[in-house]
Design a protein around this ligand. Structure first.
Ligand code: UT7
Length: 327
């Protein structure tokens, strides 16, 4: 049994923040951000928008695109590290809103590799016949976790959600690949808002707690990690599936930084045209970036039946992985 993506959807908040708006409150400028990251703008949740509401919108659009009802979904995974809810899980809230009453629902937390791992998890379930139709969503409201005083991180990230419907069909499953290196986790951290051990500290602890509970990153370490691991895991997944890079139409990389995507293309000796990008408009939306990009390509008619794609994610953990998708 193999998995076939038969619908995509996405949702990004209407509230758009360009680089000049960020430069108004932190020491940076449009030219630096564009040149070093490729990001021109990001969309930030406002009003009643949350990780749950964005996930619902993306999920609903994916169901419409697939032409199926929510009741046909028997597996619903939401990848997120920035939900407004701890309990119940985001996937159960989406189930409730969409009416996916027959679905087994759970969240998956693996930062920017999360969607890739949700996809791999669903593939394995479909392949052994446990489930037949999965709704996979990456939804992030990173603006809630951002330290808006830290120019090393706040320029990069954005909010949004993307979703796919994955169905089991006859055929051989393409094997995914994924790895983790917890020992290097310090490079990208965000402590729980509910680290109760800190609550009784002496005066001054509150400010410390506030900072620790925002995203902190060693940008260069993450950059070097991505440059080494992403080409490696793409080569691994091609080899596992007896494919050559000539067989691949597009590489759908996590949209972290234009320079990372360009460097990966160079290392793989593949033309940059095979690496679609949209971080210029949305920034890094963590586990939502791959399905948002897939949705854009799907809706613009860029993808054709039979195209082979490689999705690759990488990020906090550290975690990284890749999967081959036949469109
Ligand atoms: O989803 C995965 C998550 N994360 C990533 O993928 C992040 C990967 N890393 C990156 O994208 C890049 O490392 C950053 C965009 C975060 C930073 O770019 P960089 O080219 O690695 O910059 P840097 O940290 O080496 O800093 C270079 C200079 C420094 O100034 P000096 O010491 O050379 O005078 C920084 O202080 O640029 C300065 N700088 C800035 N200047 C203006 C750092 N951030 C900014 C800024 N605006 N926002």
């Amino acid at each position: 049994m193999k998995g076939k993506i038969c619908g995509t959807g996405a949702y990004v908040p209407a509230n758009r923040m360009d680089n000049d708006q960020i430069a108004a409150f932190v020491d940076t400028n449009d030219e630096w951000i564009k040149e070093r990251t490729g990001v021109w703008a990001r969309h930030i949740a406002s009003g009643s928008e949350t990780t749950v509401s964005m996930a619902c919108m993306a999920g609903r659009r994916a169901l419409e695109d697939a032409g199926i009802t929510a009741a046909e979904i028997d597996l619903l995974i939401v990848s997120t590290t920035s939900s407004n809810l701890i309990l119940p899980c985001t996937a159960c809230e989406v189930q409730k809103e969409l009416g996916a009453e027959h679905a087994t629902c759970f969240d998956l937390s693996a930062a920017c590799t999360g969607f890739l791992l949700a996809y791999s998890t669903a593939l394995a379930y479909l392949n052994c016949g446990v489930y037949h139709t999965a709704l996979l969503i990456g939804s992030e409201c990173l603006s809630n976790l951002m330290d808006w005083r830290d120019r090393g991180t706040c320029i990069l990230f954005g909010d949004g959600a993307g979703a796919v419907v994955l169905r089991g069909t006859e055929g051989e499953m393409a094997l995914p690949a994924a790895h983790s290196e917890g020992a290097k986790g310090d490079a990208l951290v965000c402590k729980s808002r509910h680290d109760w051990s800190n609550l009784h500290d002496e005066s001054g602890a509150q400010a410390m707690q506030d900072k620790e509970h925002r995203i902190g990153m060693d940008g260069q370490a993450v950059f070097r990690f991505a440059l080494k691991r992403v080409p490696e895991v793409i080569a691994e997944v091609l080899e596992k599936n007896h494919l050559h890079k000539e067989d691949i139409t597009f590489y759908i990389l996590h949209q972290a930084n234009r320079r990372i995507v360009e460097a990966v293309a160079k290392r793989l000796e593949e033309p940059i045209e095979k690496f679609p990008m949209n971080m210029q408009e949305y920034g890094n939306t963590s586990s939502a970036s791959i399905p948002i990009l897939l949705d854009e390509l799907n809706r613009s008619g860029t993808l054709h039946r039979g195209d082979k794609l490689v999705m690759a994610g990488f990020g906090a953990g550290l975690t990284w992985g890749a999967a081959v998708v036949e469109w």
